[in-house]
Write a protein that binds this ligand. Structure first.
Ligand code: SAH
Length: 190
C-alpha cells in the first residue's frame, strides 16, 4: 500500500526546478535552508513502521514539514495530518504547495517539533524527519494507546531509527535501522 501510494506521488513537484530531473533518484536532495527532502526509501520505511496504512490510524503528526512530501503521503493514507516545521519560509511554501495540489486534510504549524502539538494530541502515529540526541518525552506523551512514534535518534553519523509503541503498560522501543538525518534543532538554537 505504501509503495503504491509513493508510485503515484509526483516527487518532482516538491523540488526546485533545477533539481527536478533528479526527483526519482533514491536520494535526499536539497530544499534550501540547509534542509533536505528525505530519501524515498526512508520515507516509505517510516510510513510503514508507523503503521499508517492501518485503518485504525486516523490522526498523524509529522514533525519537520520541509517541502511537505512526507505530509502529502500521510495525507493520502490517514484521516488528518498535523505537520510542524520550525522554518517559517518552509512551512509557508509547503502549505501553499500542498493546498495547490489539492490536499485538504492537513493542518500546519510553524513551531518547535520538540513540543509536538499538544492542542491536537493524541496522535495514532508520529513521524519525525530530523534527529534529536534523545527521544523527546513530549512526543511519547502525545501518542494514543497503541500509537507508534518513528524517530531518528543520535548525533552526527551515529543515528538509529527508533520505533516506539505505546502499550497499556508503557512504551516498547526498538532500533530498526542506521540512518542519517538533519538535526532536530532545539528551540533557541540556529
Ligand atoms: N518531511 C520532509 C523532510 C524535511 S527535513 C520530507 O518529506 O522530505 C527535516 C525538517 O525538519 C527541516 O525542514 C527542518 O527545518 C525541520 N526541523 C528541524 N528541527 C525542527 C524542530 N525543532 N521543529 C520543527 N521542525 C524542525
Amino acid at each position: 500500500g505504501v509503495l503504491a501510494m509513493m508510485y503515484e506521488m509526483p516527487r518532482h513537484l516538491f523540488l526546485d526546478e533545477a533539481l527536478q530531473h533528479r526527483a526519482y533518484e533514491n536520494t535526499a536532495l536539497s530544499i534550501g535552508y540547509q534542509q533536505t527532502i528525505s530519501q524515498p526509501y526512508i520515507v516509505a520505511l517510516m510510513t510503514q513502521l508507523a503503521g499508517v496504512s492501518d485503518p485504525s490510524v486516523k490522526r498523524v503528526l509529522d514533525i519537520g514539514t520541509g517541502c511537505g512530501y512526507q505530509a502529502a503521503i500521510l495525507s493520502r493514507m490517514a484521516d488528518w495530518v498535523f505537520t510542524v516545521e520550525r522554518i517559517e519560509a518552509l512551512s509557508f511554501s509547503a502549505r501553499e504547495r500542498l493546498q495547490t495540489l489539492g490536499y485538504k486534510n492537513i493542518s500546519y504549524l510553524c513551531g518547535d517539533g520538540y513540543a509536538g502539538w499538544l492542542k491536537k494530541a493524541p496522535f495514532d502515529a508520529i513521524i519525525v524527519a530530523a534527529a534529536p540526541p534523545d527521544v523527546p518525552e513530549a512526543l511519547k506523551q502525545q501518542l494514543s494507546p497503541g500509537g507508534r512514534l518513528v524517530i531518528p535518534v543520535g548525533e552526527g553519523e551515529q543515528q538509529g531509527l527508533r520505533l516506539i509503541e505505546r502499550t497499556a503498560n508503557g512504551f516498547v522501543e526498538q532500533t530498526v535501522a542506521a540512518v542519517k538525518f538533519v538535526p532536530l534543532v532545539a528551540a533557541g538554537q540556529t
